[in-house]
Write a protein that binds this ligand. Structure first.
Ligand SMILES: O=P(O)(O)OC[C@H]1O[C@H](OP(=O)(O)OP(=O)(O)O)[C@H](O)[C@@H]1O
Ligand SMILES: Nc1nc2[nH]cnc2c(=O)[nH]1
Length: 185
């Protein structure tokens, strides 16, 4: 096994499990109910923010039992690092947003820069309304503005670097079956 693979095994073994698979799935079930109650009659256009949003979106979408359309956007600012830089669009929305109800799905609200910029972009296209849903909201005082929240939040996590359920550690462990915090971070 290469040194990097051994290191990644060690990162997983030493990590703290903050929420196991059952706990995360229960949070996603609750989110599905909240989103359904709010959006079931609005014919929403649902965007998965790649790459981190992919597991959350994949688990959530089959629980939304009403007509909706799904697409994806790709905006990143961490680039496999553990601290963020400026937001880069890799794929902008391809659909017409005017008059639509938009739901953005992402894995994490950390400093909030990513979702703030995505919402700004969408708001500029005259949608009916933009909603955001995240699997986890990291608890600290460094949000883009105090009190920044998503419309729908699955779980609150401590101010640590986390991975699993779509979230990576240096490009790895998006597949981890729970939400984990890296030892020492
Ligand atoms: O609230 P913020 O501090 O802006 O951080 C949150 C963003 O960071 C991660 O994306 P990243 O840029 O790492 O890309 P990824 O989805 O490919 O992991 C995550 O998926 C969120 O989109
Ligand atoms: N994987 C991962 N991505 C992030 N993007 C912003 N914060 C985090 C984090 O804690 N973990």
């Amino acid at each position: 096994m290469s040194h990097n693979m051994e290191n990644m095994q060690q990162v997983f073994q030493e990590a703290d499990c903050l929420f196991d698979e059952a706990q995360v799935d229960q949070a996603i079930e609750r989110l599905a109910q909240e989103i359904t109650a709010q959006l079931k009659d609005s014919n929403p256009l649902v965007y998965c923010v790649m790459t981190g949003g992919v597991v959350f979106a994949g688990k959530l979408l089959p629980k939304l039992r009403f007509p909706l359309e799904v697409s994806y956007i790709h905006a990143t600012r961490y680039n496999n690092q553990t601290s963020g830089g400026g937001l880069k669009w890799k794929v902008e929305p391809a659909e017409t947003l005017e008059g639509r109800t938009i739901l953005i799905l992402d894995d994490i609200l950390d400093e909030g820069t990513t979702l703030h910029a995505i919402c700004d972009y969408c708001e500029g296209k005259q949608p009916e309304k933009v909603y955001t849903a995240v699997l986890v909201d990291k608890q600290h005082e460094r949000k883009v503005y105090p009190g920044q929240k998503c419309n729908f939040t699955g779980l609150e996590v401590a101010d640590r670097y986390i991975f699993g359920y779509g979230m990576d550690y240096k490009g790895y462990w998006r597949n981890a079956p729970g939400i984990y915090a890296v030892k020492g971070l």
